[in-house]
Design a protein around this ligand. Structure first.
Ligand code: NAD
Length: 421
């Protein structure tokens, strides 16, 4: 099964702009300020030549986009995936701007990516790709400028190579140039689990609001990587029944609930959830249409769109992934009364603990896990309450409410700074 079979081919940047305009209308923003905060501040496209193991050179396309830095340095992950395009990176960078503002952390939005298939590359090829890409974007990154982090198919080892490449060119160790590093290199305790943990906290808040007991709630998770597997693990720990999960190779189902710790080991050993004993295989489309209480899309954009949204039967959609619902799907789910926890709120735990990591690096401090998780829980739950309050006051969807808060904070910072020169 390829990504293309589920994905509606709409341009994610156009979709991000559609959602922006909706929130800007609610805020009554003037045309000039809209134009200023809508467009990316800086877009860098690079060619990344890599000598492959067979001795030949392959050139990959890479990008780094800084969408808005009114509130602080650009912040956002780096994606290594065959589907990476400039439009996708621009959309992801835009969402990072609103996300950092909704979480009220002092960062702007950025994102990067390389169009490649790391699953077909050796570890040496991935290291060379990472180091060459880092040197290509080096003039615009740095702890006070733009701070990358992991995203789809990148991890703490890749962050270590980015930090090492940057540090070697500076001549001294600069841990604050990336987050999501290994703990031994200044990574924060709790960063690896932070996105899934944040997703879990927002689901707890949504269940409380909807008076839906989490214990015994039926959960389905699309995408069993970092964000999806940690969300599933914490939901399982809270005695919800995770009945179906999927990854890029397929989907599995067990009506009684899957044994998540065993499934995580199976995925680690075999590279996929497929073939897990005690579960039957279903199609990825069937997973999205299963009747459940909580659906967690945790893979890629545009997974639920105009053509399949009507078949989605869940009370809550918790967007661990960025941009999994198109605006058309939003409208259909809103009509059905589905409660959507939007991406820029739901998966904001990752960037929040990235912020904690950067703060620790800049101050040469180490926080213990309890400190990290309790600060994260407070920020996630406060942000959820603010978005819910705005939704109820303004009678808009949770997505528009989150965008309204994020965009308003960016506009306020932008106006206070004034226009240079
Ligand atoms: P990851 O690489 O760890 O996992 C991605 C998972 O998605 C893999 O299991 C892969 O097999 C699966 N997948 C890919 N295509 C699929 C498909 N068509 N159907 C089902 N599964 C598919 O990546 P991640 O870091 O967990 O990121 C997942 C999503 O969460 C992305 O949208 C990312 O932007 C978002 N996110 C991640 C973080 C973070 O800290 N890692 C933070 C915020 C948001």
């Amino acid at each position: 099964m390829t990504v293309g079979t589920l994905v509606n081919e709409k341009n994610p940047y156009e979709l991000a702009m559609q959602n922006f305009e909706m929130a800007a209308d609610v805020l009554g923003l003037e045309a000039d300020i809209r134009a200023m905060v809508r467009a990316p501040e800086r877009v860098l496209a690079v060619t990344v030549p890599v000598r492959m193991d067979n001795g030949k050179v392959t050139c990959f396309e890479g990008y780094r986009v800084q969408h808005n830095t009114s509130r602080g340095p650009a912040k956002g992950g780096i994606r290594f995936h065959p589907g990476v395009t400039l439009e996708e990176v621009k959309a992801l960078a835009t969402w990072m701007t609103w996300k950092c503002a909704v979480m009220d952390i002092p960062f702007g939005g950025g994102k990067g990516g390389v169009t490649c298939n790391p699953k077909e590359m050796s570890i040496t090829e991935i290291e060379h790709l990472t180091r060459r890409y880092t040197s290509a974007i080096l003039p615009i990154i740095g702890p006070g400028q733009d701070i990358p982090a992991p995203d789809v198919y990148t991890n703490s080892q890749i962050m270590a190579w980015i930090m090492d490449t940057y540090s070697m060119t500076r001549g001294y160790l600069v841990p604050g140039v990336v987050t999501g590093k290994p703990i031994c290199l200044g990574g924060s305790l709790g960063r690896n689990e932070a996105t899934g943990r944040g997703v879990f906290y927002t689901i707890e808040s949504a269940c409380q609001h909807l008076k839906l007991p989490l214990k015994g709630a039926k959960v389905t998770v699309q995408g069993f990587g970092n964000a999806g597997s940690v969300s599933a693990h914490l939901l399982d720990g809270a005695q919800a029944d995770v009945v179906a999960v999927s990854d890029s190779r397929g989907a599995i189902y067990n009506n009684q609930g899957l044994h998540i710790p065993k499934l995580m080991l199976h995925k680690e050993k075999t590279g996929s959830v497929v073939g897990f004993s005690g579960a039957e295989e279903i199609s990825p489309e069937e997973l999205l249409a299963l009747e459940c209480d909580i659906l967690v899309p945790a893979a890629l954009e545009n997974i639920i769109h105009g053509e399949n949204a009507r078949s989605v039967r869940t009370k809550i959609v918790a967007e661990a992934a960025n941009g999994p619902l198109t605006p058309e799907a939003d409208a259909i789910l809103e009509d059905k009364g589905t409660f959507v926890i939007p991406d820029i709120l739901c998966n904001g735990g990752g960037v929040t603990v990235s912020y904690f990591e950067w703060v620790q690096n800049e101050q040469h401090l180490r926080w213990d896990l309890h400190e990290v998780n309790s600060r994260l829980e407070r920020i996630m739950k406060n942000s959820f309450s603010e978005v819910l309050e705005t939704k109820l006051q303004r009678k808009v969807s949770m997505r528009t409410a989150a965008n309204v808060i994020g965009i308003a904070r960016v506009v306020e910072a932008n106006k206070s700074r004034g226009l240079y020169p």
